[in-house]
Design a protein around this ligand. Structure first.
Ligand SMILES: Cc1cc2nc3c(=O)[nH]c(=O)nc-3n(C[C@H](O)[C@H](O)[C@H](O)COP(=O)(O)OP(=O)(O)OC[C@H]3O[C@@H](n4cnc5c(N)ncnc54)[C@H](O)[C@@H]3O)c2cc1C
Ligand code: FES
Length: 281
């Protein structure tokens, strides 16, 4: 029987810097030790390990169906620092995917709320929060259908901190409404300035919206207030929770949130599901 803690060796085949501290790593699986056939749903996560540095969860973000895995990773601690020192050809371990991902019923169906009503999609993200939504954005037509409207509100500290910025033109060509803001004014920036909530004051949100949120916890509180003002119901708001994780399998209890394990029951929860759990956000 396969050991669920066993990682599959994966080789770095490409590194694309995104910001001063964030790089996009492309991996290929080199050895099919366990007959590993990697695929994932948007919003799930994997555990990446480096011998002597432990392991940590990251969200796959490549286009669906690609023969490689892409992870966009900030250099923040022991494991990620080691990874950022690695070069093309170096190897890491990957296990997963884990978790539930965004509530896309299946690839052919449209996003629907709990009453079966078809919804458009408002993505509200800050900083690294764009990462677990890139697969869904790149595969909009495949995952959601051509007739679903997608609007993105993305806030970053500065233009240089915006992830995947070389792709926004293509996203827009594919009919996605991308609205951007930066925290503080800076030279050569003619767009919005202010936190991501500023965008709610400047632009109408897509009608009949279901909202997917991902970003720092402090962002959630203020975005939830804005969504309430716009009469988006708690059932139509989904957010990805970040918690310290170890096993990723619902065994070690490190990621418990009320009655849920973030690794197994999440990381995506509807706001309706978690809103009464003290300290959840
Ligand atoms: C489901 C999920 C998906 C993630 N996806 C990504 C991703 O795509 N890209 C990315 O760059 N990061 C992602 N992260 C965060 C990443 O797993 C952590 O930053 C990880 O701890 C880095 O490992 P490290 O050994 O380098 O840093 P560590 O030495 O573990 O920690 C560095 C610093 O970050 C803090 N920290 C670490 N993890 C958390 C946490 N979960 N909550 C609050 N503070 C924390 C520590 O307290 C410390 O200050 C994700 C986390 C989760 C739970
Ligand atoms: S990380 Fe072990 S139970 Fe969730």
């Amino acid at each position: 029987m396969n050991n669920p803690y066993l990682s599959e060796p994966a080789k770095i085949v490409k590194i694309t810097p995104q910001t001063d501290t964030v790089k996009l790593f492309r991996f290929e699986f080199v050895q099919k030790v366990w007959g590993y056939n990697f695929s994932f749903a948007p919003g799930q996560f994997i555990e990446l390990s480096i011998p002597g540095c432990g392991e940590a969860p990251f969200a796959p973000c490549n286009a669906a169906g690609a023969k490689y895995l892409e992870l966009c990773i900030r250099d923040i601690g022991r494991l990620t620092h080691k990874l950022h020192e690695m070069k093309v050809g170096d190897k890491v371990g990957i296990r997963g995917p884990y978790g539930n991902g965004w509530p896309i019923i299946n690839q052919k169906s449209k996003i629907k709320n709990q009453n079966g009503e078809k919804k458009n999609l408002l993505i509200v993200v800050g900083g690294l929060g764009l990462i677990p939504l890139r697969t869904l954005i790149l595969g909009k037509d495949k995952f959601l259908g051509k007739d679903i409207k997608v609007q993105i509100f993305y806030g970053a500290r500065s233009p240089q901190e915006m992830l995947f910025r070389y792709e926004y033109a293509k996203w827009r060509e594919n009919g996605i409404d991308v609205k951007l803001t930066i925290d503080k004014e800076c030279a050569n920036w003619v767009g919005c300035v202010g936190l991501v909530t500023t965008l709610f004051d400047k632009f109408p949100i897509v009608e009949n919206a279901q909202a997917f949120l991902c970003g720092p916890p402090v962002m959630y509180k203020f975005v939830l207030e804005k969504l309430k003002q716009k009469e988006v119901t708690d059932q139509d708001i989904y957010l990805s929770l970040e918690r310290r994780m170890h096993c990723g399998l619902g065994v070690c209890q490190h990621c418990a949130v009320g009655p849920y394990y973030t690794c197994k029951d999440g990381p995506v929860f509807s706001y309706e599901q978690i809103k009464n759990i003290p300290g959840v956000i």
